[in-house]
Ligand binder design. Structure first.
Ligand code: GFB
Length: 324
């Protein structure tokens, strides 16, 4: 059992969706949660990160910072997804060792498993096959992060761990259609289609399946694993259930009260067909997701309505939908 009481806990990436959920979750703990503004500390700057960690006397790190985005952004900005993530991991994980941090939790992702990993995906499937091309840059960087965690455990006996979240969604999500993931994009598209009385345009065939985890559940699991887990192998964090993108679209339409037409933009990629994870290890460790998909979507929609990111933004390209 790792005790968080009285510890100085740094959430790296606190302005992001996962980081802000971690800050909310850590408010319930008797610890001192620390954040630092992006303008004050560039997490890609190894020397600056180490100085800051030493000066701030950090005990625990949740590494939720990183360049993230949906299927299109991943494909379009390979340098950002590879280089920024590698630099951040090197600075923060390396810095955590040099600053003698007691515990570090690194967030990987289900998308770093091989494209054709047998379902449900077990943790040992990592590095057993080729990656999904639309996100290989991000995946290579995140795999390096998992290996860095393992290397510091092996060579220096550090209590660093990795968790592998499923596709995350929730308050604080990115609703920009050119860079977002499927859930926020579809919430926005359905909302706008309902207002305009136009069809909902779904990218790709709608057949890929995704396992979706509400971000506050992910934060809760990270805190649980920080306390209870210490091993080199990563731990899958998800619900163990998945849905097709078309089923997800229909559920979002139902939650938002819209029953219009659905079109498919087949010029857009499907990406990985299946990536449902085996969450039995997490269950054995005593944790289970609490927020159902319908409830999670309703809470995300409420957050979307309150956000300032819902005005029409420049679309990246004109879709050429086909009927579906
Ligand atoms: O969530 P998403 O962008 O990323 O897309 P991935 C999931 C699926 O939803 C794909 C479809 O099959 C998309 O074609 N989709 C349908 C849409 N309509 C839309 C839409 O309007 N926007 C988006 N974005 N998708 C990401 C990785 O893969 O998973 C990242 O690229 C990251 O690196 C993340 O790891 C968890 O699930 O395919």
């Amino acid at each position: 059992m790792f005790d968080l009481t009285g510890k100085r806990v740094w959430v790296a990436g606190h302005r992001g969706m996962v980081g802000s959920a971690l800050v909310r979750r850590l408010d319930q703990e008797n610890c001192d949660t620390v954040t630092v503004a992006r303008e004050a500390l560039d997490l890609r700057d190894q020397a600056a990160v180490l100085d800051w960690m030493r000066d701030t006397r950090i005990d625990v790190v949740f590494l939720a910072a990183g360049k993230v985005g949906g299927i299109l952004a991943n494909d379009r900005y390979p340098v950002d997804f590879l280089l920024d993530n590698l630099l951040i991991e090197t600075a923060v994980i390396g810095g955590a060792h040099a600053a003698d941090v007691r515990k570090l939790v690194f967030l990987g992702s289900s998308c770093i498993y091989p494209k054709l990993a047998p379902q449900p995906i077990v943790e040992s499937a990592l590095l057993t096959g080729p990656l999904e091309p639309t996100n290989e840059w991000y995946a290579v960087a995140k795999i390096a992060g998992v290996k860095l965690v393992q290397a510091f455990r092996k060579q220096h006996g550090r209590d660093f761990i990795s968790v592998m979240p499923a596709n995350l969604y929730g308050p604080g999500d990115n609703f920009d259609l050119a860079s977002s993931h499927a859930v926020p994009a579809l919430i926005r598209k359905v909302h706008e289609a309902k207002l305009a009385g136009t069809p909902v345009v779904v990218w790709g065939t709608g057949t890929p399946r995704r396992e979706l985890l509400f971000v506050d559940d992910c934060a809760d699991a990270c805190v649980h694993l920080c306390r209870t887990y210490s091993d080199a192998a990563p731990v899958n964090v998800g619900t163990g259930e998945d849905k097709t993108i078309l089923e997800l679209t229909m559920l979002i339409m139902d939650v938002l009260g819209h029953s219009g037409e659905i079109l498919h933009d087949l010029t857009r990629p499907d990406g990985t067909q299946n990536k449902r994870m085996d969450v039995s290890k997490l269950a054995t460790l005593g944790w289970k997701a609490k927020t159902g998909l319908r409830e999670g979507i309703a809470r995300s929609y409420a957050a979307f309505l309150q956000s300032d990111r819902r005005g029409p933004e420049a679309r990246d390209a004109a879709p050429s939908p086909s009927r579906g």
